[in-house]
Design a protein around this ligand. Structure first.
Ligand SMILES: NC(=O)c1ccc[n+]([C@@H]2O[C@H](COP(=O)([O-])OP(=O)(O)OC[C@H]3O[C@@H](n4cnc5c(N)ncnc54)[C@H](O)[C@@H]3O)[C@@H](O)[C@H]2O)c1
Length: 329
């Protein structure tokens, strides 16, 4: 394990970043959060700031600011990105720019300074790849550029290529983490994340809106497990130069997810099925399944999720939307 004195987390006022910031701080690392509050919220940092964390509002694509903050740091976690299917579909050009430019600035500066980096990528890069479980070395199958949702996967994939190229060519110490659907307190349903949306809808009396016929399946990971994995990877030299999946492999169809949320929160709430075209416009593509192969994460850091879906739904049902993680996980 490599101990770090001072980590910079880009996107640290967001959902995952705010939990990670609290965790690193609690472990004795100084933490600076850099966030432009585009989808993140200052309120997410309440506990972090109360415990002495530092927040800088700014753009991770600003080279001067990044240079200044990295001068004081010895580790970087780069989470800043435009996230959410709806955001990508509605504002693809902005998403492409916001997923490429900050990553370019952050990775080149980290390479120049010799700082280790954890780079957040996404299971979206697997696209429509076939196979029961997605392995990091699998071929990838993305849809055509006429379908804007693939812009997110493509921009994340280019981030990955850049990180691994800098590892080979400039000695950057970076690990690329492909996160699968992550859930927990502080996640917003606004940009298309399904579980917080179902929970909000059930609390409001319904309907819970399932896009398509609901047979598409996903795996949901508790954010406390994800930030534990990110912290471990930051200190794992054997992971540098590698892509690593982080996510649960417990699969559930979206129809069943809606039924389980309804049963837990409001059995009287109706479930409505909305065609993709109505939800996202014509020509929207979805993937039928998305399930990770977790062998690499297990081998490198001994990681596996601790909360199953039942426990996740239960924890979310008991937690106020902006709250801390139950039990401090
Ligand atoms: N939540 C998931 O299920 C999931 C799945 C796969 C990948 N990821 C990846 O994990 C990371 C964090 O996602 P999240 O779910 O916490 O989303 P989020 O939207 O809550 O967090 C992203 C944060 O980045 C900030 N940001 C965006 N552009 C910025 C910029 N140019 N400069 C500074 N800050 C900027 C936003 O304000 C926000 O606080 C992202 O890179 C995302 O692609 C998340």
């Amino acid at each position: 394990m490599v101990p770090y004195r001072h980590a910079v987390i880009t996107g640290g006022a967001g959902f995952i970043g705010s939990h990670l910031a609290e965790r690193l701080l609690a472990g004795g690392t100084r933490v600076t959060v850099l966030d432009d509050l585009s989808t993140g919220r200052r309120a997410n940092l309440q506990a972090f700031l109360a415990r002495g964390g530092r927040f800088v509002q700014g753009d991770a694509a600003d080279p001067r600011l990044v240079r200044e903050l990295f001068a004081e740091a010895d580790a970087v976690v780069h989470l800043a990105a435009a996230v959410g299917v709806r955001l990508v579909v509605e504002r693809a050009a902005e998403c492409i720019e916001r997923n490429l430019e900050p990553t370019r600035v952050v990775l080149f500066e980290a390479a120049r300074r010799g700082l280790p980096v954890v780079l957040a990528s996404s299971s979206e890069v697997y696209g429509r790849a076939a196979g029961a479980r997605f392995h990091e070395e699998d071929d990838l199958v993305l849809g055509p550029p006429s379908r804007p949702r693939w812009a997110y996967a493509c921009s994340k994939l280019l981030d990955e290529f850049l990180a691994l190229a800098l590892v080979r060519e400039r000695g950057l110490r970076a690990v690329v983490v492909r996160l699968f659907n992550t859930v927990g307190p502080r996640q917003s349903g606004r940009w298309g994340m399904v579980l917080p949306r179902f929970i909000e809808q059930a609390r409001a009396g319904g309907p819970l809106t399932v896009y398509g016929d609901g047979t598409q399946s996903r795996c949901f990971t508790w954010v406390g497990d994800v930030v534990r994995g990110l912290e471990a990877l930051l200190s794992c030299e054997a992971a540098w130069g590698k892509v690593v999946n982080l996510g649960s492999d417990e699969e559930v169809t979206i129809r069943e997810l809606a039924e389980r949320v309804r049963a837990r929160l409001n059995p009287a709430a109706p479930i409505a099925y909305v065609p993709y075209a109505e939800a996202y416009g014509p020509g929207f593509d979805d993937m039928p399944r998305r399930r990770p192969d977790l062998r690499r994460a297990r081998e490198l850091i001994g990681w596996q999720p601790t909360l199953d879906l039942e426990a996740i739904i239960d924890a979310l049902a008991r937690t106020p939307p902006g709250g801390p993680l139950p039990g401090g996980a």
